[in-house]
Design a protein around this ligand. Sequence first.
Ligand code: AMP
Ligand code: MG
Length: 479
Amino acid sequence: MTQPYGFTIRNTYRDLPKLFYADSLPMRFVDPSYTFVNRALADELRLDIKALRTERGCRFLIGETGHDEARPLAMAYAGHQYGQFTVLGDGRAHLRLEHDTSEGLLDIHLKGSGKTPFSRGFDGRATLRSALLEYLYSEALCALGVPTTRSLAIITTGDEIKRIGPTAAAVLVRVAKSHLRVGTFEYAAHRGDLDALKALADFAIERHDADLSELPGRYLTWYKRIIARQAALIAQWQAIGFVHGVMNTDNTAISGESIDYGPCAFIDNYDLNAVYSSIDAHGRYAYGNQPYIGSWNLAKLGEAILPLIDADPKAARRKTHEALVDFGPQFEHYYRDHMGKKLGFASIKDRDDNLIQTLLGLMETYDADYTATFTALTTQRDAGESLFDSSEYASWKTRWQARLHEENTPFVRMQAHNPAIIPRNQVVKSALDKAAHDGDFGDYMGLLEAVRHPFDTAAPRAYRTVPKNKEPFVTYCGT
Ligand code: AMP
Ligand code: MG
């Protein structure tokens, strides 16, 4: 294969049975042009950034040329959305190409690239605002060390689409280890084609867990790997205070990357019930529910792959159940480790749990800002939250400081684990409004740059301060 723009093009998804995708070409846009190209990511992927940045490069990336080699497609999948099973598929997205790198294959995927056979009557498009939002949060999570899909570029399409009113459209060019979702396996199970299900699982193993490919009984071991990755991922979300907002099984990647940023947010005050999405009326995807939902989603995966686990359905159920039971302890393991580091501990001890839980409880009681509380502890300037004036805090601090005597350089560790900067909800909203509605990208660019360096304690104060206005914040899917 040739290497246009530095891409080493592969087409492995087409090796899967045909039911897993539909041939579909991205639409032809009037006047596509870049809003951003992610230079750092392009460099990481060893792309020819200079060539990619040209109009020809843009037209290549958005899928106007190069079909013979890359042959874009739309993936089929299903999913449980708010608990309800639905057959979905890429209704507004295309797998543009797969890029072969020394670290494995990566999907180069277009979101907002026009109708496909899975569009279900919708327009196949995405708003510029939603693309900017995904770009921002994926960069923020990546900088915080959280596994995530990345954003390579945003391309504006030169036309408007209808949402509440006319709005600017865009295509997000996303990079992912794969787009294999829990819902992809649910789709295979729903089709009732065991050979196809097996082909999909083998494809996934080859892609993400190739060391298991020859192992007898590999599907159970593989399932355990996926469980471990989700446990690790969600533990990180909890530790940084990230609320995904729409943890449907179609938005759960088996690679363990965060995917499909929509109505997401970072918590301000520590609140397990925090919900930001306008459509999550019952709080299914509340901050504190995320580990349970993660486990629920993995149960759905387990059900989908039962016939691969054991030919005897009873034995298969028992084995997947036993594997899934381990999600809780694994989540706890990762979560405690992160929380311990946030308090300066190289490795957490059993008696540290009480310190963590007491602090979180105090945050809840005193409506303390989650990120700012840890920043204050890190910088040893414990002021600005009423929590710090309480006698409960004073006695907690005495215990914590006694524990810190056992550690070398705990504050250095804390600085590396407690972000000074997170994308603050109100700041994000205002920057997105200005960029998407007024075409003024100044605030957005500043914020993007800031969230790329979350541990930079010298960043402009504007990005480090806690918003005064803590009125309830609502996010909208706004697709
Ligand atoms: P998402 O909210 O992006 O996770 O999408 C959920 C499902 O709805 C996926 O199958 C999408 O492809 C589909 N979808 C969302 N927005 C659109 C749209 N504007 N046109 C077609 N399909 C869409
Ligand atoms: Mg989705």
